[in-house]
Design a protein. Structure first.
Length: 268
């Protein structure tokens, strides 16, 4: 079989730079350490700043770097697992829910959410804002869209935007029988409101999880959760414990890791 056109395409310069930078992060920098500014890094590697930015953006996308507001670009800690889909299906706001309920308002949902709910885009719904905290830091923000037909017993409110109202929407939603959920996961970029909630910069990579909640054959609510891609590794389902092996079958401990020499910063 002949060589395809794609096989003949040379590796982009920013991709090679990303590999060199990744080696440097492993050998010369500590977690949380601030990287030199773009001008210094571009001069150090002998590349244009546009090429450097592409490499840094790719490393941020892969969770190696974080852009922190007012601080700069820092080395990211390893991602940690965040459970987004256990075997037991429950409504948002259940006792074991990891989310904090915030304000609620009545607003027209995005067109994609309106389509999932099977209603017109200009028809208002309850939008409950929620935040997921891990180790004292926000790792995800969520907007839960609940149509009026799903919570008919909810009393009218004189004003929107209060936390008590958000909790009331969830309590009323729990009166329905949950028959199933459907989730999709997509890669996206943080919008301005997401960035503020997650303490990121606009445009930072995020993982968007959209969940449809079914009751009596219809979609009763839709949640759009935005997770920090630089921090989270999403996990689905219950983790089963590993079987305990007898001492004789236990593998020998791994050899101590050798010190890795520092990468040479040569021009790329």
């Amino acid at each position: 079989m002949g060589t395809s056109q794609l096989d003949a395409v040379p590796e982009p310069k920013y991709w090679h730079l990303k590999t060199v930078l990744s080696d440097a992060l492993d050998s010369e920098f500590e977690v949380g350490e601030i990287l030199p500014n773009e001008r210094e890094l571009a001069a150090r590697f002998g590349v244009a700043r546009a090429t450097l930015r592409q490499a840094l953006e790719q490393l941020e996308l892969e969770g190696r770097l974080q852009r922190r507001r007012g601080v700069g670009t820092t080395v990211a800690p390893p991602r940690f697992g965040v459970e987004v889909g256990g075997s037991e299906q429950t409504w948002p706001g259940s006792p074991d829910d990891a989310w904090q309920t915030g304000e609620s308002e009545e607003t027209a949902p995005p067109a994609s959410v309106a389509a999932l709910l099977g209603q017109d885009g200009d028809q208002p719904v309850h939008a409950v804002r929620r935040t997921r905290m891990t180790h004292g830091h926000p790792v995800a923000g969520e907007l839960l869209y609940v149509p009026h037909s799903s919570v008919p017993g909810l009393p009218d409110a004189d004003s929107s935007g209060d936390t008590a109202r958000g909790r009331a929407v969830l309590r009323e939603l729990h009166r329905l029988e949950l028959h199933g959920q459907e989730r999709t996961v997509e890669l996206g970029s943080a919008r301005a409101d997401d960035a503020r909630q997650l303490d990121r910069l606009p445009g930072a990579p995020v993982l968007v999880v959209t969940t449809s909640y079914f009751s009596h054959g219809a979609v009763a609510a839709v949640s759009v959760s935005t997770y920090r891609a630089d921090t989270c590794r999403l996990t689905f389902g219950d983790r089963r414990p590993e079987p305990v092996r007898p001492a004789a079958e236990t593998a020998a401990p791994a050899a101590p890791r050798r010190h890795r020499p520092a990468a040479r910063f040569s021009r790329v």
